[in-house]
Write a protein that binds this ligand. Sequence first.
Ligand code: NAD
Length: 266
Amino acid sequence: MAGLLAGQTALVTGGGNGIGAAIARGFVEAGASVVVADRDAAGAERVAKEIGGRAMALDVSDEAAVAEAFGALKGLDTLVNNAGLVPPQRRVEEIDAAEWDKVFAVNVRGAMLCSRAAVPLMRAGGGGSIVNIASITGWAPDPKLAAYSASKAAVIAMTDAMAQDLGPYRIRVNAISPGTVASEALMGRIEGRAKARGEPVEDSLARDFYSKIALDRLILPEEVAKAAIFLASDLSSAVTGGITRLDGGYMFFPRRDETQPIVPTM
Ligand SMILES: NC(=O)c1ccc[n+]([C@@H]2O[C@H](COP(=O)([O-])OP(=O)(O)OC[C@H]3O[C@@H](n4cnc5c(N)ncnc54)[C@H](O)[C@@H]3O)[C@@H](O)[C@H]2O)c1
């Protein structure tokens, strides 16, 4: 990947932790100058310091703050809309409307605000790439996660619409739909659930996750970073409106017999 993003300036929202931090790290390794933008100012500082990037404290759902932050940038080649919120699991009758609005404010409105603010910068530079981090839940919604799943389906639709709007300016817009990524945030939720059920984490992973993933394992944050580098680089120069499932072969239904090992048929 070395040199693929040489000379680029990129901004990664939610870059202070998890997948965003892995993307910021991968981008620097590929030669980009990276702005690590996060509501978690300490996280942004920590990652920026580690990778030699620039930290920016930013709440992507705050319209005025986004306009000001992007207005201060000199140029921008790639924007990664990665900042995201996962609300607590709730059945439909338990949904809290204010919580619903907050999820959409960050996951959808935040990505829209940052994309809108990036357009003049990218146009001035002759083009650019916007990479939205959606989710497999935008395709295969999770029970008790209506707000999150619907917000990621909105990101997928928004990606396609914006790709059409921005194509004439040579700005490409793509989305990555990760499956289950072993970020600290997700592992924390899985461990909490396993503890509440009184079972080992590995049992919980095998039943709830591996049984639905063809590769039989979780995705690594670094693997999402590799796809983001591809979409930011010239390797994907003809790819726009693309929605990449990055889920290890997520199956919408568990394998029928989970006890059977995976045996190659040829
Ligand atoms: N972990 C997974 O399995 C998984 C799967 C599919 C999609 N995703 C998506 O990937 C992205 C990153 O997830 P993660 O697992 O690394 O989670 P994470 O919680 O570790 O990281 C999310 C980051 O976004 C930041 N953030 C939240 N609200 C913000 C706001 N208003 N403004 C700016 N920053 C804000 C947080 O501070 C945090 O640094 C999210 O969009 C998530 O929906 C994750």
